[in-house]
Write a protein that binds this ligand. Structure first.
Ligand code: PLP
Length: 441
């Protein structure tokens, strides 16, 4: 029977819920979600990668309440407010010096759309409008609005809508588990970059920007690749007069072990998209950061019609910005990045101990506070399971029964927990994952 709710869930085959009842969450606290039947679940995916400091966090709630007494929302065009001003300054302080301007939006996809439009807008305003295409990576993911989808390398999301999107240029990206050059992450010099270099060289007159997720491709399979790729990218992009758009929507704010992944490569993009953790997962907010040369290309008398005409109703929402300001304070006052550097290796080690060398474990990957286990049918050939078997999905369902919301990505089991998880909770979560994997397999 069809589910009785009128609610249509995103990224979900609703028919699955003929078999599996939809979970109704009543409350949440710390790393736990509690349903209306009294069950609790470890939020192993930080509620779609947004939650940094736990649910029901007193500091964030106080910041939100305080702001609620002042102003809940106001048009954000020619009007500003303290939370946005403070947050923008905080972001400028913690990102590379060159990034001096902060354009607010509301969700991650809107930041990506804005960055794409800003790049092309720059070309148009500077008389180079033939540069109107984007290069993107295989397995890259940047959201699901049509612009963002047109640079999505994950075919599962984009293929269906190919007919209604602009045609961009897809490039084979780093795939370290199945490296065609037989390199490891440790000894690699990003030999695979030649695909990108070739695409840039061949399309330099048509391409305005290249977009990618630095170091960690999340939705495309939790693929992790070394910083040398980014170094080569930024150098080549400068050479071919192509902008770089770094999408740190998922991997920013400490997920990769540094505040931003770009720090590990020592590079600065033309556009940096941020969202998700920016409010610790309390409210939707996103930004695109850029530099003076881009800003100046839109800065002129009104009648030149160079202004960036792009807006969203909830752009720069004061409540969301107040959560952002508090989030930045927590990072500073609690020295979160350093604390995580000590804490998360415990989880890495325990995952390695439990899963290392076990049947069907293709690769175990760790980067900062993120870990992923790629399960395969045959570890010697690295052959994946038949996707129709939905192995990962069965493991996810099993884990729910054991008290962990460990939503799978295909046959990849990943851990992207709130930072406040304790070492005991890490062990419990990994134990649940292990039992779930081997009960299914
Ligand atoms: C890297 C990346 N970019 C963009 C997005 C889109 O963000 P949103 O879902 O807020 O539109 C996501 C969402 O998961 C993401 O992981």
């Amino acid at each position: 029977m069809k589910p009785s709710t009128p609610v249509w869930h995103p990224c979900t085959q609703m028919k699955d819920h003929e078999t599996y009842p939809i979970i109704k969450i009543d409350r949440a606290d710390g790393i736990y979600l509690f349903d209306d039947k009294g069950n609790s679940y470890i939020d192993a995916v930080s509620s779609w990668w947004v939650n940094l400091f736990g649910h029901n966090n007193p500091r964030l709630k106080r910041a939100l309440r305080d702001q609620l007494d002042k102003v809940e929302h106001v048009i954000f065009a020619g009007i500003t407010h303290n939370p946005a001003e403070i947050l923008a300054k905080d972001l400028v302080d913690i990102t590379p010096e060159k990034l001096t301007r902060v354009f607010f939006a509301d969700i991650g996809s809107a930041a990506v759309e804005s960055a794409m439009k800003l790049s092309y807008g720059y070309r148009k305003n500077t008389g180079n409008e033939k540069k109107n295409r984007y290069i993107y990576l295989d397995s890259g993911y940047h959201g699901e609005t049509l612009g963002a989808l047109s640079v999505c390398g994950e075919q599962l999301y984009s293929e269906l809508f190919g007919a209604i999107m602009i045609e961009n240029i897809r490039v084979q990206g780093p795939d370290c588990y199945r490296c065609p050059f037989n390199k490891t992450r440790e000894n690699c010099d990003a030999e695979c970059f030649f695909h990108m270099e070739k695409a840039m060289a061949e399309n330099k007159d048509a391409v305005t920007a290249v977009i990618l997720e630095p170091l960690l491709q999340c939705a495309g399979g939790f693929k992790m690749y070394p910083p040398v790729y980014l170094k080569k990218l930024v150098k080549a992009a400068e050479h071919y007069n192509i902008h770089t758009i770094f999408d740190e929507i998922a991997c920013g704010f400490g997920r990769t072990g540094t505040m931003f992944a770009l720090e590990q490569a020592g590079v600065c993009p033309d556009f940096l998209c941020l969202s998700k953790g920016i409010t610790s997962g309390y409210l939707p907010l996103s930004v695109v950061m850029t530099h003076e040369e881009i800003y100046d290309a839109f800065y002129d008398e009104y009648t030149t019609l160079k202004a960036f005409l792009h807006s969203h109703s909830y752009t720069g929402n004061p409540l969301a910005c107040a959560c952002g300001v508090e989030t930045m304070k927590i990072f500073r006052e609690d020295d979160v990045i350093n604390a995580n550097r000590k804490k998360f290796p415990v989880m890495h080690e325990y995952i390695n101990k439990k899963f290392g060398g076990k049947p069907h474990v293709g690769e175990i990957r760790h980067l900062g506070c993120v870990s992923a286990i790629e399960l395969v049918e045959d570890t010697s050939t690295r052959k994946s399971f038949d996707w129709k078997k939905r192995t990962g999905f069965q493991i996810f369902r099993k884990a729910i029964g054991k008290g962990a919301y460990l939503r799978n990505l295909g046959d990849i089991i990943y851990f992207m927990t709130p930072y406040i998880i304790t070492e005991d909770e890490m062990v419990r979560l990994v134990d649940i994952a292990y039992e779930s994997v081997y009960e299914v397999l």
